[in-house]
Write a protein of this length. Sequence first.
Length: 471
Amino acid sequence: MGPSALKLWVGRQSGGSDDILLELGSSIELDIELYREDLAGSRAHAKMLGKIGILTERELADIQRGLAQIEREIEEGKFEIKHELEDIHTHIETRLTQIIGPSAGKLHTARSRNDQIAVDTHLYVRKSALLIGRQILDFCSALLDSAKKEIDTILPGYTHLQVAQPIRLSHHLLAHFWGFLRDASRFKTAYNTANRMPLGSGAMAGVNYKTDREFVQKELGFESLYENAMDAVSTRDHIQDFLYACASLGVRASRYAEEVVLWNSVEFGFIKITDGLTTGSSIMPQKKNPDTAELVRGRAGRSVANLMNLLMNLKGLPFAYNRDLQEDRLPLLDSARSSMVVARALTALAGGIEFRRDRLTRSLSEGFALATDLADALVIEKGVPFREAHHIAGRLVGLCAERGFTLENAPESLRAEASDLLADESFYKKAIDMTSSTDRKASRGGTARERQEEQIGIAQGELIRVRESLS
C-alpha cells in the first residue's frame, strides 16, 4: 500500500505531500491521547451504520472486533505510529483495514474527520471535567475538615498584606473553600457545554444518508445533539469553557499556593509543611523549600496561556471547519493534565499543613489587630463619635509602636496619654479580648463562632450538592 493510499483525504489530490506539510499537519503525538474517545465514537457510528443497513451483521462484528484489537494494541504499547498518517482517525482506519480488510472502509460512511474530532473532544471534555471537578471537591472537603478543627484558632486577617482584624482560622479556610467550590462548578458548566453530540454532521452540511443521529446520541450518552451541522464542526465552545475552568482553577490555586509559601517563611512562621511536600537545597542544609506550593503557583501561567491560545486561534476563523482548529488539542490536553495534577497537589497540601498557634497569636499582637475593636468599643460604650474614636485608637497604636508595647501589655499610664477614657481597666480589657473580637462579627458570613458553625453546615450541604452534580 503506497503512502497516498494511507491518507483519508486523497481524492483530487495525488496524495504526495512536502515534508513540511506533513510535519506541520501531523497531530498524532497529541490526539493519540484521544484514542478511547475516537474508538467509542467509531463503535457507536458502526452500530448505527448496521442499524440503517450500510453494514451487514458480519461486517459490523468484524469492525467491532478490529476496534477492540486496536484498543488492546494501543494500551499495550504495540500500536505503530506513522507521522504520514497525520491523526488518530487515519491511524485507526488504516490499522483496521490491515486487520479485517476492505470492509473497514465502510466505517467512514456518513461521517467526516471534522465531526470525528469534534465528538472526540466533546467526549474528552466531558470525562476530564468530571474527573478534575471531583478532585477539586476532595480538596474542598479537606478544607472543610480543617475549618471544623480550627474553629477556635484565631489569627490575623489581612488587607494589603497588613494585619487587619482578628478572625477565626475557620473563616479564612472557608473563604478558600467557597472559591474552589465555584471552580468545581465551572467544570460542571464545561461538562454541560460538551454534553451535546456533533457526530453525524459530516464536513459541515450534513450527510447524504438517512442516518440515525439520535441512536448515536444515546449510545454515547449525550444529553442532546447539535441542530446545525456547520455549528457542530466549527464550534469549540466546549473546549473554551473547559479551558476557562482550568484557568480559573489555576489562578485561584496560585493565590492559595502563594499564601502557603508566605506563611511557611521564617518571617511569618504560621505553618509547618510535612517533609514529603518540601525539598532541601543542594548547598544550604538548613533549607526546607515549599516546592509543592511553588510548582502549583507556577502552573497558573500555563493554564491562562492555554485559554488565550485557543481564543486567539478562534477569533479570525471563517465558518466552518479550518485546519487551524487542529491547534485546539495542545491547550486542551495540557490544561487537562495540569489541572488534575494541581487539584491533587492542593489536596495533599491541605492534609500536610500544621498551624503554629503561637506565631498566629504573636502576629495578632505585633500587628495591633484589635485597634478597630478598641475604636468601636469607644463608640458603643463611651459614646465617642467614630472619627474621634478612630483617632484615639490610632494615637495609642502609635505610642505603643514607638515605646515597644502591644495593645495587650500597654500600661495604664501610656493608655491615658492617648485618652483618659482608656484608663478604665475593665473597659479596656474587654475591648481588646481576642475571642470577643471575633464573636462581635455576628453578621451573616462573619467570623463569630455561631456564624462559623452556621457556615460550616451550609458548606457541607453545598459540597454534597456539587458532588452529586459531578457524579
